[in-house]
Design a protein around this ligand. Structure first.
Ligand code: ADP
Ligand code: ASP
Ligand code: MG
Length: 456
């Protein structure tokens, strides 16, 4: 069985929904179809919640616009005999959404669990519409089978329970049934509160379902012809990559390629289920295939992506003999506390150590390190920690990147000549990635420049 996921870009308008209908209805037999909220709606739901929390009455007109957008879609994509029922179901959701905004306005604050309820309406409503639009469409509610648990400040999937519940949910589909599933949303295993898998999380919902059902493929349908050598909004001549490995796609996505939400890759990778990226608006295009091993005519360097919001932490080692121990303890203590680290090259590891972390965790990281190394600091073995914010990691991903030292040197040289300062360099965690850390405002310029050097 196939699992398909249609992003907000594919379910945002009457026209795009007509493509979705055609694509899904042409599948023989069963399929699971995961859908996002209408394009841009999640942002709207959040912005409206903040207006209500500030007591700004403009939230009412935003709410009205949300209602009319959904009603316009229902009017134009649902068959006459089902229209009233769908309108009623969707209006029930919209009424509940409105009550949440009223509550937020009343208490003049926006607790995170209420925001989670508010954003959940996007996918709950879009899946209701799509299920009614598709022949043999049946809605299956992911709030019943995608379960999360807390991990530091995040909700992560409770894989074991989710796996069991998905198998149970989809074991008796009707002949030709197309199971329509709201992406993104979930419930907490312990409290049963509505949660979600993070922004862009519908891809991950698709992957969890594909893995649990041992699907033949996970198809991610979006608004571009495939995974491209760079973000097409930044690099105008980026090209579609025919084929990538799981590892390469994971690296590109971790470093900012928005086309797939990074956690998506793990569950399907472990089951060796291929992913295909396809264009809803151009279904004939071959798209990008992602599998476990290299193909012989693959591009060697697959792509260049960039992640903003990076900080560089460094500290002085005043007693050289402790360098290695300090480095390992620093990495361990940060990862134990849920901080993901980008190791960078340390040109002088006996006197200074550096690594990069997400900027949102940078202050916390320093606190963690100060606690871990309190004894060494008090004995004068370690100097002060330094922090540089507002940086970006530009990643070059492909096969055997460790051997591409000349390419890396040429890029480094050329960037410096253009006046782009390289704050740190990293051969990456694996043999797949080379990273240049630059100032955030130079991100696009660096990406364009690196892309043009690689694909000239
Ligand atoms: P969806 O709504 O389908 O989930 P997203 O906006 O999350 O769509 O992801 C698709 C978008 O990702 C594309 O429109 C494109 O602008 C952007 N993008 C960024 N990097 C890449 C890349 N390397 N290849 C393709 N698309 C990319
Ligand atoms: N609607 C959610 C978002 O905008 C989830 C998704 O689209 O994947 O983040
Ligand atoms: Mg997306």
């Amino acid at each position: 069985m196939k699992v398909l996921k249609f992003g907000g870009t594919s379910v945002g308008t009457v026209e795009s929904l007509s493509h979705v209908k055609k694509i899904v209805e042409s599948i023989e037999g069963n399929a699971v179809v995961v859908v996002s909220a209408l394009g841009g709606l999640t942002d709207k739901l959040i912005a409206t919640a903040y207006l209500a929390a500030e007591g700004n009455s403009e939230w009412h007109s935003e709410m009205d616009a949300i209602i009319s957008r959904h009603m316009h879609i229902i009017e134009n994509v649902i068959s006459p005999e089902r229209k009233n029922q769908v309108k009623k179901d969707v209006n029930d959701y919209l009424d509940e959404l409105k009550r949440n905004y009223e509550g937020v306005e009343l208490i003049r604050s926006l607790p995170s669990h209420i925001l989670d309820i508010i954003v959940s309406f996007g996918e709950r409503i879009s899946s209701t519409i799509v299920a009614a639009m598709i022949k043999n469409g049946e809605r299956h509610d992911s709030l019943e089978f995608i379960k999360t648990e807390k991990w530091f400040d995040k909700n992560i999937a409770n894989r074991k329970l989710t796996d069991t519940l998905i198998k149970e949910e989809f074991k008796n589909l009707m002949p030709d049934e197309k199971a329509i599933v709201p992406g993104f949303i979930s419930r907490d295993t312990e409290t049963n509160e509505i949660t979600n898998l993070g922004r862009g999380g519908s891809d991950y919902s698709g992957a969890l379902i594909a893995a649990a059902l041992d699907a033949e493929i996970l198809e991610i349908w979006t608004d571009v012809d495939g995974f491209m050598t760079s973000d097409p909004r930044i690099v105008k001549d980026a090209i579609v990559i025919d084929h990538l490995t799981f590892t390469e796609s994971m690296e590109l996505c971790t470093f900012g390629a928005k086309v797939i939400y990074p956690p998506t890759i793990y569950p399907v990778f472990h089951k060796n289920i291929p992913i295909k990226i396809l264009n809803t608006f151009n279904p004939e295009a071959p798209g990008t295939l992602i599998t476990d091993s290299h193909h012989k005519d693959d591009l060697e360097v697959k792509g260049v992506s960039a992640l903003k919001g990076i900080s560089l932490l460094s500290f002085q080692i005043l007693k050289a003999d402790i360098s290695e121990d300090i480095y390992n303890r620093a990495l361990n203590s940060l990862s134990k506390n849920g901080v993901s680290i980008i190791p960078v090259a340390n040109p002088d590891p006996y006197s200074e150590l550096n690594f990069a972390v997400p900027e949102k965790d940078s202050i916390r990281s320093i606190d963690i390190l100060a606690e871990e190394f309190a004894p060494e600091i008090s004995k004068g073995k370690l100097g002060d920690f330094e922090r540089k914010d507002k940086l970006a990691a530009v990643a070059l991903v492909g096969e055997r990147m460790k051997t591409k030292t000349r390419l890396a040197a040429r890029i480094g040289h050329s960037l410096r000549r253009q006046g782009i300062n390289i704050e740190a360099y990293s051969p990456g965690n694996s043999d797949t990635t080379i990273i240049f850390i630059v100032h955030e405002e130079k991100t696009s310029e660096t990406v364009r420049s690196v892309h043009s050097m690689v694909y000239k």
